[in-house]
Design a protein around this ligand. Sequence first.
Ligand code: HPA
Ligand code: ZN
Length: 353
Amino acid sequence: MEPTQNPDPTHPEVLGDAGALAAAGEALRPLPLAELHLHIEGTLQPELIFELAERNGMELPYAGLEELRGLYEFTDLQSFLDLYYANMAVLQTEQDFADMTRAYLARAAAAGVRHAEIMMDPQAHLSRGISLETCVNGVASALATSVQEFGISTLLIAAFLRDLPEEAALGVLDSLLAMNAPIAAIGLDSAEVGNPPAKFERLFGRAREAGLRLTAHAGEEGPPSYIIDALDILGVERIDHGIRCMEDPELVERLVEDRIPLTVCPLSNVRLRAVDTLADHPLPAMLAAGLNVSVNSDDPAYFGGYVDDNFAQLNAVFALSEFDRARLAANSIHSSFASEERKAELLKELNDI
Ligand code: HPA
Ligand code: ZN
């Protein structure tokens, strides 16, 4: 990858000045990449929460934006999930889901995202009395015009809540298949510890039989054995987070050898206290170990930023080399569930920079 020849006026910095930019904490020119770990409900910004509440005639339990923003101090995954699920109450209509999705796509385009694999949590809406049609069709209607409007190809991942019983997940998967929902993959999220992958063996087997791609959160708060079980029992192709693999050298060796993608979310890990500070994040060690890692935003409205913010803050702390930034972007493209043709297009775009 060559340093930019013609600096873009909106991004006057040149890639060759990465060190100086890191020192100044300025944003880098975004590289074209794929975002593989993104919960669409985690893109719901406080302003949109208030807007949707008003549109739907709902009373929020917060006096205003400042009071809501004051709640974004998390001590662990569960403390975040409590607010994340509570705020979903404002998502009532297809239009609400579409507006949230379009807002993410617009912001992601500015962050350099050219392909997005978007998770949604259907069970978190069903439990509030919102139908599968409302949430799926709402998100899907925004994705349908994403290439034309934002230049972002997309696919949808139905994520299942691991703190609920497998029976519930099986019922929802069957309903999604029966309605021909435009999903390409399934995922597994929510409270990890105490809900190991083995609990969902039948769910992942059924999804595989239905031709769906498979990913699961593992090794965010849970131990390395959850990563091993997600691979061996669920047969997933990708691991979401996976940072705790670094506690098990044999597992690291396996992940490197098999090129298993790990969709890492640095700002999320800091905000949910999986790591103490960004400077303590294992990403540089993961790169050095040869792991197939990418950088993603997880729940950007909650964790302090989109994928470009993650890169900017990583760069400010670690002064990532141009080579490593390009490697992270290339890993994201190689690790996506996009067609080989689309991957080739994106890799060419990255190489031409
Ligand atoms: N981990 C687990 N479940 C989630 C997350 C996460 O980071 N974000 C939304 N649901
Ligand atoms: Zn996640």
